[in-house]
Design a binder for this molecule. Structure first.
Ligand SMILES: C[S@@+](CC[C@H](N)C(=O)[O-])C[C@H]1O[C@@H](n2cnc3c(N)ncnc32)[C@H](O)[C@@H]1O
Length: 491
């Protein structure tokens, strides 16, 4: 019996976890300098240059909101962006609810008065969004569209964006052995292949519109889109909303509710407006924050936004389990998996401190099923098999899944170049550079989850003799087993 166990995570584009945007597979087509996007240029320039220099220029108050803006150039940019918003009626000049400000996270939205829970803080009409329509209506759009063109043409692309995608090989070596590294490298490969296509099909034929664009520029633009696009918007695959995209993530916000929505306004509700509300009451001078996504693991947060959280339930590891095509019962097993909402390959996200996902043990038992247990694959059992797989089938089957899972965990653990203890020592010392700290926390988190999985199956291994298996359950159901577990014979 061969069981394929691949402790690797799939590319986030194909991952089951919700992503920051709903359609990563095709790159968005974003317009170069149209009238509507001018404010965004300012916004991006602000966002990026501010972040690059923030260490030296920002003093952070206890609220996380900065009192001074640092350089006058930045203050000027913030001011011109603000004017742009006022001119378009996005904000009320006299009594704004929130204003862009320099905060611990770069730029953010700062309350100008006390704001109640659920109050709408930002409204942005559709004409100011950047989405595929913006490009279609532009000169570039009419020439066939240009992925991430706006961002690539923008001068602030020279800014170093500290996302994993822009990290050097040396920096990435700090996450050696992690799922995050394989995901990051997978995304980088994907972006590289997109870049080569775009370079040939769009950038080269429109060289008059673009300066020399490198892969690093393209990765930067991709990272910006990934971290700023809003997801779960009605009918929108990928959209950048100026002003609203200054909203930062607050780890203390644990509401599942999405803080943003698109509403129709005006005659016949034809004019679409993006609105963002605050999940918590905020005092004047404090920052408005939202929860980006409660379901994202630290690895996903790091890849999408460049930060992580210290909460342990952000530490996760995705197990990929497969029914091997070489399995002589492949067809039957696939049929059973599919009838129960799974497929040939199943992904299970294991979260630190949480129980195993419910379908994981039945799927493992199904994949391992063989020998004298194979009769359960016969069609007469098709309606009841999943219920049987929810409980141990036989000692041999249970022993096999324990061994395979434990071997896989130990093999995955051996690929990391440090132990959890070594990582914890580094973190306790408190001297890590922020980028390195993210790497150390991620690799420690993944290893903790792997140890947790190994422990669960180790304990199960020790219980093998006391577990109740299918045959025993069946005999009991038929009334053929006595109180002490003895088989009852009759004449
Ligand atoms: C949608 S933008 C928010 C505006 C951004 N702060 C800026 O300066 O333009 C998302 C980015 O903000 C930063 N960010 C948001 N929330 C954060 C947090 N809680 N901790 C650290 N960085 C955060 C990350 O760089 C993230 O990729």
């Amino acid at each position: 019996m061969a069981m394929v166990f691949s402790p690797s995570v799939s590319l986030p584009f194909f991952s089951r976890r919700p992503c920051c945007s709903t359609s990563h597979k095709c790159c968005p087509f974003i317009s170069p300098r149209s009238k509507a996007t001018k404010g965004i240029e300012t916004l991006f320039a602000l966002a990026t240059t501010t972040r690059r220099r923030r260490k030296s220029i920002i003093t952070i108050r206890s609220t996380g909101v900065n009192a001074s803006l640092g350089s006058s150039a930045e203050a000027g940019r913030l001011e011109s962006f603000w004017r742009w918003l006022c001119e378009r009626g996005v904000v009320s000049e006299d009594s704004p609810l929130v204003k862009p400000g320099v905060v611990r996270e770069g730029l953010g939205l700062v309350a100008q008065r006390n704001i109640s829970q659920n109050e709408v803080v930002v409204k942005v009409p559709r004409k100011l969004w950047i989405n595929p329509d913006t490009v279609a209506a532009s000169q570039i759009g009419s020439e066939g569209g240009l992925p991430v063109a706006y961002l690539l043409r923008h001068p602030s692309r020279l800014h170093k964006f500290y996302h994993l995608l822009n990290r050097s090989e040396e920096e990435l070596s700090e996450i050696q052995g992690t799922q995050l590294l394989s995901t990051t490298l997978g995304v980088k490969d994907y972006v590289k292949s997109e870049f080569l296509k775009v370079k040939e099909q769009v950038i080269a034929p429109h060289s008059h519109l673009f300066p020399s664009i490198t892969l690093d520029d393209f990765l930067w633009a991709f990272g910006i889109l990934r971290s700023r696009a809003f997801s779960r918007l009605r009918g929108e695959s990928l959209v950048l909303i100026p002003f609203a995209d200054l909203i930062n993530h607050g780890s203390s916000i644990i509401s599942e509710d999405v803080a943003w929505e698109i509403k129709g306004t005006g005659l016949f509700s034809k004019e679409l407006v993006f609105s963002l509300r605050t999940p918590l009451a905020v005092k004047a001078g404090e920052q408005v924050l939202i929860q980006y996504d409660l379901q994202k693991s630290n690895a996903e947060l790091a890849l999408d936004y460049g930060f992580i959280e210290s909460r342990s339930d952000r530490d996760a590891y995705t197990l990929t389990l497969e029914i091997p095509e070489s399995d002589s019962f492949f067809g039957d097993k696939l049929d059973i998996a599919e009838s129960n909402g799974l497929g040939e390959t199943a992904y299970f996200d294991i979260v630190l401190g949480h129980a195993l996902p419910q379908a994981m043990l039945p799927f493992l038992r199904l994949v391992a099923l063989g020998g004298t247990d194979a009769f359960l694959l016969e069609s007469i059992f098709r309606n009841s098999i999943w219920g049987h797989l929810d409980m141990p089938i036989s000692r041999a089957n249970e022993e096999l899944i324990c061994r395979v899972v434990r071997d896989a965990c130990n093999s995955a653990l051996s690929a990391y170049h440090t132990t959890v203890e070594e990582d914890e020592e580094l973190m306790d010392a408190g001297t890590l550079d922020p980028k390195l700290e993210i790497a150390v926390r991620i690799r420690a988190g993944e290893k903790k989850v792997l140890h947790q999985i190994d422990r669960i199956f180790k304990e199960r291994e020790m219980e093998l003799d006391s577990l109740e298996y299918y045959q025993e359950r069946r005999l009991k159901e038929l009334g053929l087993v006595g109180e002490q577990g003895e088989i009852i014979f009759w004449e």
